[in-house]
Design a protein around this ligand. Structure first.
Ligand SMILES: Cc1ncc(COP(=O)(O)O)c(C=O)c1O
Length: 384
């Protein structure tokens, strides 16, 4: 892959394990932290350990704002619509508790959602809110069944951009239109698509989106962000609140001031002090990804998976992902008679994938190579 400023060899230097014959194809589980991000995070921690942190408030808040700006760029949102969070679940809980749902209101989910987008909603049962799982078809979200599940009590749909187990990319545009027409608040868990697929919230009718940064965004644990649309602002208020939800203008010398109003924008959801070492990590990784370009990443990952698909199609393996262009992502799942054994064999050979719902899940990213996919195929051929 060639980009404006970087080539694949240089990019791979950011991931030293690639020199130890480790073929990492598991970004749907966890994204390795690039060297540039590690360095930035360590520099901050070094600062902190040397007690040099006194005068860096302004720098830290500037980096936080620039991180929000970069996150906004990733999804074509505005900086003010982006808030920092710590993982996907944390952001989703803002929607769960901030929407003021009433007894008998209905929330629709898919029956093949990752649990991070199910358990927070189930907690609403204590308020008498009804949680309904829309049945999938062949483990893919089914728009017709979704339409049939809607009634006058349906207030929310919360759905993944890309399904974790088979990489099914949901048609958010079509689903968003239905939500808008039926006045259903549309929440998206974007973690499996963000950083590897283009996502334009301006074009889609998403009300609220949450993502963690530890997978495709290569930012490590304790990172994430959420998108709080204009429409969301009319319906969703912070359910819990803290001193970082108001604007101190980075001046912490007059703190006995309890009359400050919440931020107008997504920062109103902030509670206490920010984990700046994590913010800095995400700031660096987002910059790294944006420099390469998400559209390029999308094309690159597709090309790699095309090679694998071409082999699998004419083999005894069964592809479990939807291969229509509309529903493809950077995740591909397949099975065979002895999937679990094969998964273990791959791991022994230092080819890192994951085993989910009896299928092998492969999820390459921008620094993986065609040769690495060929290595995987060699083992698949021996196993077939
Ligand atoms: C679709 C999806 N949502 C959420 C998560 C993780 O949620 P959190 O970031 O809250 O740990 C995962 C995977 O771990 C996932 O696949």
């Amino acid at each position: 892959m060639k980009t404006k400023n970087v080539d694949l060899k240089k990019i791979r230097d950011e991931f030293p394990f690639t020199k130890n014959n480790i073929i990492f194809l598991n970004h749907a589980s966890f994204g390795p932290i690039p060297q540039c991000t590690l360095k930035a995070k360590l520099e901050y921690l070094k600062y902190a350990s040397l007690q040099k942190t006194q005068n860096i408030d302004q720098m830290c808040f500037d980096i936080l704002d620039d991180t929000r700006k970069k996150a906004a760029k990733l999804i074509n949102a505005k900086t003010e619509e982006i808030g920092y969070s710590f993982n996907t679940s944390y952001g989703l809980n803002f929607a769960v508790w901030g929407l003021d749902l009433k007894p008998d209101d209905k929330v629709l989910l898919s029956d093949v959602e990752f649990p991070a987008n199910v358990y927070p909603w189930l907690n609403l049962k204590s308020k008498g809110v009804k949680i309904k799982l829309v049945p999938s078809k062949d483990r893919f979200f089914d728009i017709d069944k979704f339409k049939k599940s809607i009634d006058s009590k349906t207030k929310v749909l919360s759905l993944s951009y890309v399904q974790f187990l088979n990489g099914f990319k949901n048609d958010l545009e079509e689903i968003g239109k239905i939500c808008e027409k039926k006045d259903i608040f549309f929440v998206v868990d974007a973690i499996q698509g963000i950083g590897n697929l283009n996502l334009d919230v301006r074009k889609l009718k998403i009300d609220f989106l949450s993502t963690g940064g530890a997978k495709w965004l290569l930012s490590g644990l304790g990172t994430g962000f959420f998108y709080y649309s204009k429409n969301a602002k009319k319906k969703l208020n912070p359910s819990f609140f803290g001193w970082m939800g108001v604007d101190w203008k980075v001046d912490f010398t007059d703190l006995l001031n309890f009359d400050l109003d919440p931020f107008e924008d997504a920062r109103r959801f902030a509670t206490g002090s920010h984990p700046f070492e994590n913010v800095i990590a995400m700031h660096t990784s987002l910059g790294f990804l944006l420099d390469i370009g998400i559209k390029k990443i999308e094309r690159h990952n597709k090309k790699l998976l095309d090679i694998l698909i071409n082999y699998l199609k004419d083999s005894t393996y069964k592809i479990k992902s939807d291969l229509s262009p509309r529903h493809r992502s950077s995740i591909l799942s397949f099975t065979c008679k002895n999937s679990k054994n094969l998964f273990e064999k791959l791991t022994q050979k230092k080819i890192i994938s994951s085993y989910r719902e009896k299928a092998i899940r492969v999820s390459p990213h921008f620094y993986n190579t065609e040769e690495e996919i060929e290595e995987l195929i060699k083992i698949l051929k021996k196993n077939a």
